[in-house]
Design a binder for this molecule. Structure first.
Ligand code: NDP
Ligand code: VSD
Length: 326
């Protein structure tokens, strides 16, 4: 902490960070940026070719190539019990020590209308990757971090961090994301549970966070656009698109600022305060105050959005006539 500087609540220099979904998109940008800040980085995804390419980029960004170490592990986060193996491999490589920070970024999206063919299969797949992928990872690492023998060696030790990646759609849901949004809302439910539960372990400091990006211009975004209903494309224009590098940078800024829910835009912040409920606040006074006013904004936003949806139906007729095929 400098004289006028803000405290960095998530220093990474010399620590080991594991990032899932880090071969492409925001996860890859985050891995690169964390390496540039001096972290040892482990990247996880399925495709070995892309992992190898990403690891070259991550290594090249290292702050000190002499001391920092990098590894990739291929794993499918939708597979039951995948995470125990990933954590074991990471620890074996790391001289028996667990990663200090785990960021679950791996995710996918298959937007479609709920009545479209295949929406239920898509919903199960989205839940397996987005929710269970992160849930299993968090549980595998927490079981190591929270074990009695792994109590912090010194008082006020740097906390560990478990980070989930949701979406602003977990704060405000729109037409066409039925298979996807619930998997991201579920992450919020788990994070709130853990935020309270982790206080059972005062000698094992761990912080939980949820990151809420809006549209990221990533390879995944190109894939999801193959099935995205046209009305969804229209409505989501309300939030500007950002590059993976920008989103990763803003997410890391929020984590360093010590935020629990990390929102990265003006509207994202309003949406967060609008749904804050009993979730921990980043700033108790401001978040609560803003949260009182958001319903007034939603009165107009919902009138506008619902109006656009009804207008669409009027102009284009029954959705089955223009549904995209996955
Ligand atoms: N793009 C967007 O507009 C938004 C995205 N998000 C969320 O942000 C995160 C990053 O998104 P984005 O940058 O678009 O990511 P991409 O879709 O571009 O990349 C996804 C990454 O996750 C990996 N991955 C996908 N499925 C699995 C799996 N089953 N097991 C292991 N790894 C997997 C991919 O590698 P591989 O294929 O090799 O496994 C890749 O590295 C995701 O959680 C996404 O849901 C949130 C808001 C907006
Ligand atoms: C009070 C606040 C006003 C609210 C204004 C509403 C703006 C809504 C815009 C929704 C943007 C959706 C981005 C989708 C990101 C995503 O997660 C997918 N691309 C992944 O599949």
């Amino acid at each position: 902490m400098g004289l006028f500087g803000k405290k960095n609540h998530m220093p990474v220099e010399g620590r080991t960070v594991l990032v899932t979904g880090a071969s492409e998109g925001m996860g890859r940008s985050a891995a690169v940026q964390l390496a540039a800040k001096g972290a040892n980085v482990i990247i996880v995804s399925r495709n070995v070719g892309r992992l190898e390419e990403a690891l070259v980029e991550v290594k090249a960004a290292a702050k000190s190539s002499q001391t920092q170490r990098f590894l990739y592990i291929s794993a499918d986060v939708s597979e039951k019990d995948f995470a125990e193996r990933v954590v074991a491999e990471a620890m074996a490589w790391n001289g028996g020590a667990a990663p200090d920070i785990v960021w679950c970024v791996a995710g996918m999206s298959t937007p479609m209308l709920w009545a479209d063919d295949g929406a239920m299969d898509a919903a199960r797949r989205n839940m397996d990757v987005n929710y269970f992928g992160a849930a299993e990872m968090s549980r595998a690492i927490l079981r190591v971090w929270l074990a009695p023998e792994n109590a912090a060696a010194i008082p006020n030790a740097q906390p560990k961090h478990i980070i989930f990646t949701a979406s602003v759609l977990a704060l405000f849901a729109i037409v066409g994301y039925g298979p996807y949004s619930p998997s991201k809302w579920a992450l919020r439910g788990l994070a709130d549970t853990l935020a309270m539960e982790l206080q059972l372990y005062p000698d094992h400091p761990v912080r939980v966070h949820v990151v809420y990006p809006a549209t990221i211009t990533s390879p995944g975004f190109d894939r999801e656009n193959l099935t995205k209903p046209a009305i969804t494309v229209e409505l989501e224009k309300a939030e500007p698109q950002e590059t993976p590098d920008t989103v990763a940078r803003r997410a890391i800024d929020g984590l360093e600022a010590g935020h629990y829910f990390v929102t990265m835009s003006f509207l994202g912040n309003l949406m967060r305060c609008g749904i804050i409920g009993a979730s921990p606040r980043n700033n108790w006074f401001l978040d609560t105050l803003i949260g009182w006013f958001v319903p007034i904004i939603y009165f107009f936003v919902l009138r506008d959005f619902d109006g656009q949806v009804r207008g669409w139906a009027k102009k284009h007729g029954h959705p089955s006539a223009h549904a995209k095929k996955p």
